[in-house]
Ligand binder design. Structure first.
Ligand code: GRF
Length: 187
C-alpha cells in the first residue's frame, strides 16, 4: 500500500476528503502523516479522528532557518516511507531540503486556473478582476510560488456577485478533483 503525507496549515477540508478517499479505498494509499505548522489549526482535530495518522506539529519559528525546520520534518517523515506528499492549504513555500528528498513527489492544490492568480488570495483576486470561469489546479511543487508543472485542472464557471457562494463552488470542485487526481497519480 502506498503512503501519503498531507501538509496543512488551517481548516483542513482537503485533508479530510483525501483521508476519507484513502479509508474508503477510492485512493489506493494510506494517509500516514499530517504535517501542520500552526498550533491549534482545525486540521489537527480532523486528523485526530483518523486512525494511523501520525500528527507532526512543528512550528517554523522554533527553528533558525527554513532548512532546519524542513530537516526536522524530514527526520519524522523518513521512517514512514512516504511515497507522495500532498499540500492542502499549507501556507509555506517548500524549500530545497524537502524538494531534494521527494523529487516530483510533492503536489499542491491551488484555487485558481494557474498560471493566473497565484498567491494566498487567489479567489478574491480573480473575483475582483471580474473572471467568468474560475477553477482549481493540482500541480507539482517546485521552489517557486504556485509555479510547478500542472497535473490537472477543473473549471468553475460563475457569473454571480456572491463571493461566499463562489468559494463554496470552488471548494466543491477541489473536493472532487484532488482525490481523483491523487488516485490517478498513484495507480
Ligand atoms: C484550498 O482552497 C486550497 O486550494 C488552498 O488552500 C485552501 C485550503 O482549504 N491551497 P482547506 O484547509 O483544505 O479547507
Amino acid at each position: 500500500m502506498r503512503k501519503i503525507a498531507i501538509f496543512a496549515s488551517g481548516n483542513g477540508s482537503n485533508f479530510e476528503v483525501l483521508a476519507d478517499a484513502c479509508r474508503e479505498g477510492r485512493i489506493p494509499a494510506r494517509v500516514c502523516a499530517l504535517v501542520c505548522d500552526r498550533p491549534g489549526a482545525y486540521v489537527l482535530s480532523r486528523a485526530a479522528k483518523f486512525e494511523g495518522v501520525e500528527i507532526i506539529q512543528l512550528s517554523p519559528r522554533d527553528f533558525a532557518s527554513r532548512a532546519d525546520y524542513e530537516s526536522a520534518v524530514l527526520e519524522r517523515l523518513r521512517p514512514l516511507g512516504i511515497d507522495l506528499i500532498c499540500l492542502a492549504g499549507y501556507m509555506r513555500i517548500i524549500g530545497g531540503t524537502l524538494l531534494k528528498a521527494y523529487p516530483e513527489r510533492i503536489v499542491n492544490i491551488h484555487p485558481s486556473l494557474l498560471p493566473s492568480f497565484k498567491g494566498a488570495h487567489a479567489i478574491r483576486d480573480a473575483f475582483d478582476f471580474g473572471v467568468k470561469v474560475y477553477g482549481v489546479t493540482i500541480h507539482y511543487v517546485d521552489e517557486s510560488l504556485d509555479g510547478g508543472r500542472i497535473i490537472a485542472q477543473g473549471a468553475v464557471p460563475y457569473e454571480g456577485t456572491d463571493i461566499d457562494a463562489l468559494e463554496r463552488l470552488i471548494h466543491r470542485e477541489e473536493h472532487r478533483l484532488y482525490p481523483a487526481t491523487v488516485a490517478r497519480l498513484l495507480s
